[in-house]
Design a protein around this ligand. Structure first.
Ligand code: ADP
Length: 336
């Protein structure tokens, strides 16, 4: 849940870059999506044209940016990185699109946060590789058409439900990224441990995987904290033990099933303060002092996935597994 704080740290970002696989073959898991992308890229390659536009949706840290880089790499095309929040006016997008070289892959992260005016420009650009530039105002305004170089748009979003249908419909292929299974995370960890040159035996790998919230980015981050712990407190020849993993991650407030401080704060508020709900998401967000968007795109999806939170028409409710994890008996009525 603290993907955001990590983004501020340049050296951690550099490490993240070093851990990115550069080919589909190296990309762990998401077998379905990989197969679909492979076909799409191969067809484009055989016809020597840019691949269709691709939309990747799913929670942060599941590999959307990595896949965009792989799309560019595997099709031998340059890659341009941008993001929805950086496109606040149609003019921002016009500048970006008109500077693309033929066949370039344009990655727009958090595409649901792009300005509305830019969205409309993007429809035409995606469909016809053309935009209309408005000059002048009022009755004297005219639009000047501008031809663009053909490109492949790769959009990423944590909230595909927020994309307007006309935009969603213009992607030739939409992939929903799923949380990773423990054995897949173990493979991510094994690969990353190799890159970082730390010895993480299988038992420790499994322990890190269990605590990674189904998310490769978190697995990589926890691995780095375990590495630190082993360097300082452990036996570097023996490598990381399960006890090292447990001690290191406890220090960073990661519990045995991978929930962090914010996850637990949300559960705690839901169970104690709101007596199991139902409660609206924004109320919950305010109670734990976080933005609704973070709760909705980062915290909630995983808690729903592991059966701790349910969605009802009147709001979020705590499920029995959440009570069990917090060690709170389920009683109807006053808990405080
Ligand atoms: P997103 O864009 O979805 O937030 P990223 O592509 O930035 O996620 O991935 C976060 C980190 O997790 C990167 O360091 C990346 O190397 C790693 N990662 C993500 N998916 C995979 C995967 N399938 N196999 C190996 N590493 C992965």
């Amino acid at each position: 849940a603290d993907a955001h704080s990590e983004a501020a740290d340049d050296s951690e970002l550099a490490v993240e870059g070093a851990l990115r696989p550069t080919s589909l073959a190296e990309f762990v898991g998401q077998q379905k999506v990989r197969g679909q992308l492979e076909l799409l890229l191969q067809a484009a390659r055989m016809q020597d044209r840019p691949a269709d536009h691709i939309l990747l949706s799913g929670p942060p840290g599941l590999g959307k940016t990595t896949l965009a880089m792989i799309v560019a790499h595997e099709s031998g095309r340059p890659l341009r990185l941008s993001s929805g929040p950086a496109i606040q006016h149609a003019g921002d997008l016009a500048a970006l699109l008109s500077s693309l070289v033929p066949g370039e892959v344009l990655f727009i992260d958090e595409i649901h946060r792009m300005a509305r005016s830019a969205e409309e420009m993007l429809y035409l650009a995606m469909e016809d590789f053309r935009i209309d530039i408005m000059v002048g105002k009022g009755a004297g305004a005219t639009s000047i058409p501008l031809e663009l170089a053909p490109f492949t748009l790769v959009g990423a979003t944590t909230r595909s439900g927020l994309l307007p249908n006309p935009l969603r419909d213009r992607f030739g292929f939409t992939a929903h990224m799923e949380y990773y299974e423990p054995d897949e995370l173990e493979r991510v960890i094994r690969r990353s441990a190799g890159v970082l040159a730390v010895d993480v035996p299988p038992a420790a790998r499994a322990e890190i995987a269990r605590r990674s919230r189904g998310t490769p980015r978190i697995a990589n981050r926890l691995l780095r904290r375990v590495r630190d712990f082993v360097i300082v407190h452990g036996d570097q020849d023996a490598g990381a033990t399960e006890a090292d993993v447990a001690a290191a991650l406890e220090l960073y407030d990661v519990d045995p099933i991978g929930l962090d401080r914010l996850d637990r704060a949300v559960l705690d508020a839901l169970v104690r303060r709101f007596r199991g709900g139902p409660v609206g998401l924004n109320t919950l967000a305010v109670t734990v002092g976080e933005e609704g968007e973070t709760i909705e795109s980062v915290v909630e999806p995983y808690l729903v996935r592991i059966g701790f939170i349910g969605r009802s028409p009147r709001g979020r409710i705590a499920m029995p597994a959440a009570y069990a994890h917090l060690g709170i008996p389920r009683t109807d009525g006053a808990l405080e």
